[in-house]
Design a binder for this molecule. Structure first.
Ligand code: C2E
Ligand code: MG
Ligand code: MG
Ligand code: MG
Length: 278
């Protein structure tokens, strides 16, 4: 009895796993053609200075519009792209498209804003990463000063010495560097000190939780620590006025979240920048 039950549940799970695996395979295959079929596009989410509420930057966020599966979240396909290595050409396309867009907005006389691009671990660990970035900047005409690269804590788990070295070179080029989703990974604080980054982005899970005194204390301590390490702070996922007021009162430098703007398609972002100018 117990044995057959066990077997049944075993079979049940196997079926589920198969369905999952099948979907992953299908998506991974489709992803192979996403670039050339022009199914990928970027959205831009504004980042505001907390004190003035002025837009000072945008973050490029990748989207995949598949003809039959519909809009697929980067949460779903970035890990697949990492696994297959497709993240390299895709990441390069993101970097180039974002830099070109930023340069284009500047050429249109819209206020210069810093363009933030997310780098995956595999992308960061490419031996020729620096060369590629320098090339993209050259090709698009964007000054390194207007580019910000967002890396995640998991980088610290790989090879700290190499990471510190790469970050140093990037910084010497004039590129801004941010650590993303801070607080969700495993990096030790000593790495953070060595990395010498410009910006710490507090993960949105901490912002969402800011309703009890303990959580508020945690966020304000993170802000103080970052300032102590000479970093500016971005709070991501700000969804309410109360969160914003608390963050501003506690010295958070920049805010990003649905309370201000959702990620916008290129046309919407251009219109927003035009409104900001007039
Ligand atoms: P991330 O870099 O931390 O980006 C912030 C995510 O939070 C975005 O999700 C954004 O839409 C979402 N968000 C912003 N404000 C709010 C808010 O107020 N509330 C809530 N609930 N969410 C908010 P998205 O666009 O789905 O991207 C998810 C993740 O996928 C990104 O997290 C990033 O890690 C990754 N990703 C996106 N584009 C790229 C890319 O071009 N390259 C790489 N390597 N990763 C990317
Ligand atoms: Mg990011
Ligand atoms: Mg983030
Ligand atoms: Mg996040």
């Amino acid at each position: 009895e117990a044995k057959s039950k066990g077997r049944n549940s075993y079979r049940f799970f196997t079926k589920n796993d198969n369905a999952e695996a099948h979907k992953r395979l299908t998506l991974q295959n489709a992803l192979r053609y996403a670039l050339e079929r022009e199914e990928l596009f970027l959205c831009y989410q504004p980042l505001l200075e907390a004190n003035t509420q002025k837009i000072t930057g945008v973050e490029a966020l990748l989207r995949w519009q598949h003809p039959t599966f519909g809009l697929i979240s980067p949460i779903e396909f970035i890990p697949l792209a990492e696994e297959s290595g497709l993240i390299i050409p895709i990441g390069e396309w993101v970097l180039e498209t974002a830099c070109r867009q930023s340069y284009q907005w500047q050429q249109q006389g819209l206020m210069p804003i810093r363009m933030a691009v997310n780098l995956s671990v595999r992308q960061f660990n490419q031996p020729d990463l620096i060369e590629r970035i320098v090339n993209v900047l050259k090709q698009t005409g964007l000054s390194p000063h207007w580019l910000k690269l967002e890396i995640t804590e998991s980088l610290a788990m790989n090879c700290a010495t190499k990471t510190v070295q790469t970050l140093k070179i990037l910084k010497s080029l004039g590129v801004h560097l941010a650590i993303d989703d801070f607080g969700t990974g495993y990096s030790s604080l000593s790495y953070l000190k060595q990395f010498n980054l410009d910006i710490l982005k507090i993960d949105r899970s901490f912002i969402a939780d800011m309703s009890t005194q303990n959580d508020i204390t945690l966020v304000t301590s993170l802000i103080k620590m970052a300032h102590g390490l000479n970093m500016q702070v971005v709070a991501e996922g700000v969804e309410t006025e109360q969160q914003f007021n608390l963050l501003r009162a506690n010295g958070c430098d920049f805010v990003q979240g649905f309370f201000f703007y959702k990620p916008l398609v290129e046309k919407e972002m251009t219109q927003l920048l035009q409104r900001c100018r007039s």
